[in-house]
Design a binder for this molecule. Structure first.
Ligand code: PEP
Ligand code: MN
Length: 252
């Protein structure tokens, strides 16, 4: 059974937090508890990881998705997880928000299948795609009948190489004006380094984002993927408090 969240019908911010990868059952249960305690309202975790190198940890797979759902339900947190293969869609029936990663933004056959569902889809911008291409990609889902789409600005590749990617807040602000879809920021993948994640999250909210998705860990040094950008889960509370305050200012 999926959560029946009316939260997208109101103006409740979308604060998604959790580890890059689900590492074990104990790990995701503990992370869920800590994410809930901090005040985030969605739990993220990857089961199938699209890694640049085949030598890197590829995720635990199917079992991890089951643990994620259980951990979410145990803590009253709807869950978000990335799909990388349309043939695995049946595994996602209890996942509340299906994430399409940057590398699959233009996987149109996948998008069309997701367009047949009555489920929220988090569509991340490809790091080599324009804002217009992101909006065009979203239509592969909406034109199939599913208008439950949340866009995500997660950084694009520019000549700047001191951070992993460059968070494109220009495009976010424009999309906010031109589209009715919700849009959040992913400061974690944009930054690639943990000590500016908070700043980028708050800047995103300041630019009008409906929320953010942040990678966190109990012990970032031990994370099996993306450890450089994982913040300590204890840092979430301040980001949530400040995000709420910025939202009050710009919406007030
Ligand atoms: C992720 O969210 O773990 C991820 C792989 O993100 P992206 O697709 O933006 O690189
Ligand atoms: Mn990651």
């Amino acid at each position: 059974m999926s959560f029946n969240y009316s939260m997208f019908n109101d103006d409740k911010p979308i604060y998604i937090a959790g580890p890059c990868s689900i590492e074990s059952k104990e790990h995701i249960f503990e992370m869920a508890r800590l994410v809930k305690e901090a005040g985030a309202n969605f739990l993220r975790g990857g089961a199938f990881k699209p890694r640049t190198s085949i030598e890197s940890f590829q995720g635990v797979g199917e079992r991890a998705l089951e643990w994620l759902v259980e951990a979410g339900r145990a803590n009253a947190l709807p869950v978000v997880s990335e799909i990388v293969d349309v043939r695995k869609l049946n595994l996602y029936k209890d996942v509340d928000i299906i994430q399409v990663g940057a590398r699959n933004m233009q996987n149109f056959e996948l998008l069309k299948e997701l367009g047949k569902l009555d489920k929220w889809i988090l569509l991340k911008r490809g790091f080599g795609a324009t804002a217009n291409e992101l909006l065009k990609a979203s239509e592969y889902i909406t034109k199939m009948g599913n208008d439950k789409v949340i866009l995500c600005e997660r950084g694009i590749r520019t000549f700047e190489n001191s951070t992993r990617f460059t968070l494109d807040l220009n495009s976010l602000a424009l999309i906010k004006k031109e589209s009715d879809l919700k849009i959040i920021v992913d400061p974690s993948h944009a930054a690639g380094i943990s000590n500016i994640v908070k700043d980028l999250a708050l800047a995103g909210i300041g630019a009008g984002a409906d929320g953010w998705i942040i990678e966190c860990h109990k012990n970032p040094n031990m994370a099996l993927s993306d450890k450089e950008q994982a913040i300590k889960v204890g840092e979430l509370k301040e980001i949530i408090d400040k995000s709420n305050r910025i939202k009050d200012i710009i919406e007030g």
